[in-house]
Design a protein around this ligand. Structure first.
Ligand code: PLP
Length: 435
């Protein structure tokens, strides 16, 4: 069935963007002077009530085929009179190119109970591990960016006026880790030029891979006079000059958060297949896109009825850098929607240059904080700040008890479970293969 409107709504100011008429990347009201609102464009999913989403998603193993009905680029494609098989072809071609570039395409990733791991922690319930280390480019980050790339592909295939000239604009991202690698792999597969803004201490291995993939690198120095991540600031300048935001901060491109929701759909389906309802999910938080996508995705999965209720969200940050926790503590007794209108009271760049073994979650700011705190409130979740010892122990246990070659960043959610054990049906996400 074809959906009547493909619109996005800003969760902060309520601005509505029709994806056929304007690019739904950044909220058009973001940056208005004197505005202290948290802006994020979220797809309007009202369509779910207007048609039956089959809880049986079919046989497709590629999440971007499997959950097509839940993805705005697919709905846009259908609205623009592209056929169902045209979508298959768009996704399939990109997937073939991903295999050629990186050795694998998108497939539902494994999720299993890990009894040895839960015993080693002394848990009585089931501990589920969703393993994203074998995903495209070695982490879940590629899901975020595939959501954005599919939208760009639909614009082109449907020859929508709003996409005119878009193919000559470069993609841009600020990152030196898993997100940059994911962006470079997808950009290469799509044959779309990419600029990556990296810090001075980026891993030489990552930089070399980015160069192999054809990305153009800009090294960004910290300036003491400037607050916040210099890479993010340079990225913003590139976007103002015409680049397409191809990063994982939802505030810059809400489509990236939408792509990440597929992870929650897969997890919800795995729980449903085991006739279980998830009680709690522990998630490592850096810029916040992962937890924000999971929050949105689990809420949708519960709405649709894949699971009977959404799990509690436990957001895990390192003591070296915990801007989300600072916001969460300041929110006590404050109406959550009011917080979205006073962003600077809750979220600002971490003042001290952060360090941690989990270096992938050391973002100066939790850019995507608001959907996380909203969902934590809704589900009775919480924010956890963990020590370096807990992060190191979690990393050791993760590898030795599951055999998964996960990085310390990618096992940081487990450190939260060590610090605050929960019994029941509990899940963690291992993402970011150890390089
Ligand atoms: C492996 C891994 N897990 C989790 C995260 C955290 O994701 P986010 O920055 O979206 O909070 C990152 C971020 O780089 C990561 O690389």
């Amino acid at each position: 069935m074809i959906n009547p409107a493909i619109s996005f709504v800003c969760h902060g100011c309520g601005a509505i963007v029709d994806a056929e008429l304007a690019l739904p990347f950044r909220c058009p009201q973001a940056g208005a002077t004197g505005d202290d609102i948290d802006h994020l464009l979220v797809p309007m999913d009202g369509f779910i009530e207007s048609f039956t989403v089959h809880k049986n998603f079919g046989l497709a193993e590629n999440p971007f085929l499997r959950y097509r009905n839940l993805l705005s680029p697919y709905r846009l494609a259908r609205k623009a009179n592209l056929s169902d098989s045209a979508w298959d072809e768009i996704v399939g071609r990109l997937d073939d190119a991903l295999v050629a570039v990186d050795g694998c395409g998108f497939r539902v990733t494994p999720m299993a109970i890990q009894p040895a791991l839960s015993q080693s922690i002394g848990l009585e319930g089931a501990l589920w591990v969703k393993d994203e280390t074998g995903n495209v480019s070695g982490s879940h980050k590629a899901r975020h960016l595939m959501g954005a790339m599919l939208y760009l592909r639909v614009l082109k295939a449907a020859r929508l006026a709003v996409g005119e000239g878009i193919e000559v604009r470069r993609l841009a991202i600020a990152s030196c880790g898993n997100a940059a690698l994911a962006a470079a792999v997808i950009a290469r597969a799509a044959d779309w030029p990419l600029d990556v803004f990296i810090p001075t201490d980026a891993s030489p291995k990552v930089v070399s891979r980015l160069k192999d993939l054809g990305a153009r690198i800009t090294v960004c120095e910290r300036d003491p006079a400037e607050a916040g991540d210099p890479c993010f600031l340079r990225f913003r300048e590139a976007v103002s000059a015409g680049a397409i935001p191809f990063g994982v901060q939802g505030s810059e491109n809400g489509l990236a958060i939408e792509g990440g929701r597929t992870l929650a759909f897969e997890m919800a389906e795995a729980f449903a297949a085991a006739h279980q309802t998830p009680d709690a999910v522990f998630v490592q938080v850096g810029g916040g896109a992962l937890a924000s996508a999971l929050a949105q995705g689990f809420a949708m999965a519960a709405n649709i009825g894949i699971i009977t209720r959404a799990p509690r969200l436990l957001a895990v940050q390192s003591a070296g850098c915990a801007p989300l926790d600072r916001a969460w503590q300041r929110m006590e007794r404050i109406d959550v929607n009011e917080a979205a209108h006073h962003r600077s009271r809750f979220m600002w760049p971490w003042e001290v240059a952060p360090v941690s073994v989990a270096h992938g979650i050391l973002d100066d700011e939790t850019y995507d904080w608001f959907e996380i705190v909203k969902f934590m409130r809704l589900t009775g979740g919480n924010s956890l700040v963990v020590s370096e010892d807990a992060l190191i122990r979690a990393h050791e246990l993760a590898r030795s008890q599951t055999g998964i070659r996960v990085s310390a960043t990618g096992s940081a959610g487990l450190a939260g479970l060590l610090a605050a054990p929960v019994n029941g049906q509990v899940a963690v996400i291992f993402s970011g293969v150890e390089r």
